[in-house]
Design a protein around this ligand. Structure first.
Ligand SMILES: Cc1ncc(COP(=O)(O)O)c(C=O)c1O
Length: 367
């Protein structure tokens, strides 16, 4: 029998979440962000599942776009960080990709290049995150230069990225929004601003395009919840089984370093999943795990191929019992939110999803 660990990917849930992103912003188009192998879900499978719904996709690099084009995905693909070297423009042009420009050298390269057809281009402005983008004071001149070459550049949009759209306190988000809106108004520019949190919580940030990413995979990036986040469906279920069960006495340690000690006579279930699969080694004792659809707690440090859970209160659990590390239990529909697991690992869902390693087989389901 094969090792029972799988990442089951529910493409119906992906489509549901995409429709939610689209319906929350009926005046915007929703770019499906499928960079980093669709946040660990498989970019080609996700693009195929969304191709009839999403007008365009977004990735982080030409290499990621190449994987999609080689798989026959024909929809526009935006390179969120643009090109990394001058010679990439040739492939941008040949593959019909859309460009983001965030640096002077990228604009110069674009203005220097004679494409077969004009390249749709988004001018990225740094409205306050201070990662990528032009200073707003510089944007007007660049906008005008790009507007002046319609044979090379088309469908020009202003783009920015929010640093704090997920927070409850909207102050800095509103500062960034005010900055980019004033600029867009001065230039008469269509915009692409909203990531998942802004799509979910800030309709005033919805532009001509939005860029939902993590919400497509069913994670709630907001600090709190709202009606929309409650409608998200988990796309990935990380599923395994108990492969051993031990009885231990009060005070006995479990796992490396003996971090967890039995507070009572305990049953410990050993799960086939570990940090060698991408399950976070920082998971604290008490991190929730579903065993046969019941919530249990991680007990002891995560090992490379295994982790241990306290199943003392589940006398029926035994070797072969179902385990869900996040996602949805297929047998009874019980869910374990990846966002909750991430909080126990002192991280965010993004790192857990993108961290699942290739040795975990992905299994796709679509009705
Ligand atoms: C430029 C840009 N746009 C959109 C996204 C999608 O963000 P999220 O996954 O929070 O929706 C990202 C993600 O990192 C990004 O870097």
């Amino acid at each position: 029998m094969a090792r029972p660990l799988h990442a089951d990917i529910d493409l119906d849930a992906l489509r549901h979440n995409y429709r939610l992103a689209r319906d929350l912003a009926p005046s915007s188009q929703a770019l499906a962000v499928i960079k980093a192998d669709a946040y660990g879900h498989g970019a080609v499978a996700c693009a195929r599942a969304l191709e009839d719904l999403a007008p365009a996709f977004a990735v982080a690099s030409l290499e990621e776009a190449a994987v999609l084009r080689e798989a026959g995905i024909a929809k526009p693909i935006v390179l969120l960080e643009g090109i990394f070297a001058h010679d990439e423009l040739e492939r941008v042009d040949a593959w019909g990709l859309w460009l983001v420009v965030h640096s002077e050298w990228q604009v110069a390269a674009l203005l220097d290049y004679r494409p077969r057809r004009p390249i749709p281009t988004w001018l990225k402005v740094d409205s306050g995150m201070h990662r990528l983008g032009f200073d707003p004071a510089r944007a007007k001149a660049l906008w005008q230069r790009l507007r002046a070459v319609p044979e090379r550049v088309t469908a020009l949009h202003l783009m920015t990225h929010f640093a704090t759209a997920d927070a409850l306190e909207p102050g800095y988000f509103q500062y960034q929004l005010g900055m980019i809106e004033a600029l867009a108004q001065r230039l008469g520019a269509p915009t692409c601003l909203a990531n998942s949190p802004a799509t979910l919580a800030w309709p005033q940030a919805h532009g001509a395009w939005n860029r939902p990413g993590v919400m497509l995979y069913g994670s709630n990036p907001l600090v709190g919840e709202n009606d929309a986040t409650r409608d998200l469906r988990p796309v990935m279920t990380l599923r395994s089984e108990l492969i051993a069960v031990r009885e231990i006495a009060t005070g006995e340690p479990v796992g490396y370093g003996g971090r967890w000690r039995a507070p009572r006579p305990s049953r410990i279930g050993v799960v086939a999943a570990g940090y060698g699969d991408g399950y976070d080694r920082h998971a604290a004792d008490g991190t929730p795990v579903l065993v046969d659809g019941q919530r249990c707690s991680l007990a002891g440090k995560v090992s490379m191929d295994m982790l241990t859970v306290d199943i003392t209160d589940l006398p029926g659990a035994d070797i072969g019992s179902r385990v869900v590390l996040w996602g949805e239990d297929a047998a009874d529909g019980t869910r374990l939110s990846i966002d909750e697991v991430a909080r126990h690992c002192d991280t965010v869902s993004y790192t857990l999803l993108t961290g699942i390693l290739p040795r975990v087989p992905r299994r796709y389901r679509q009705s």
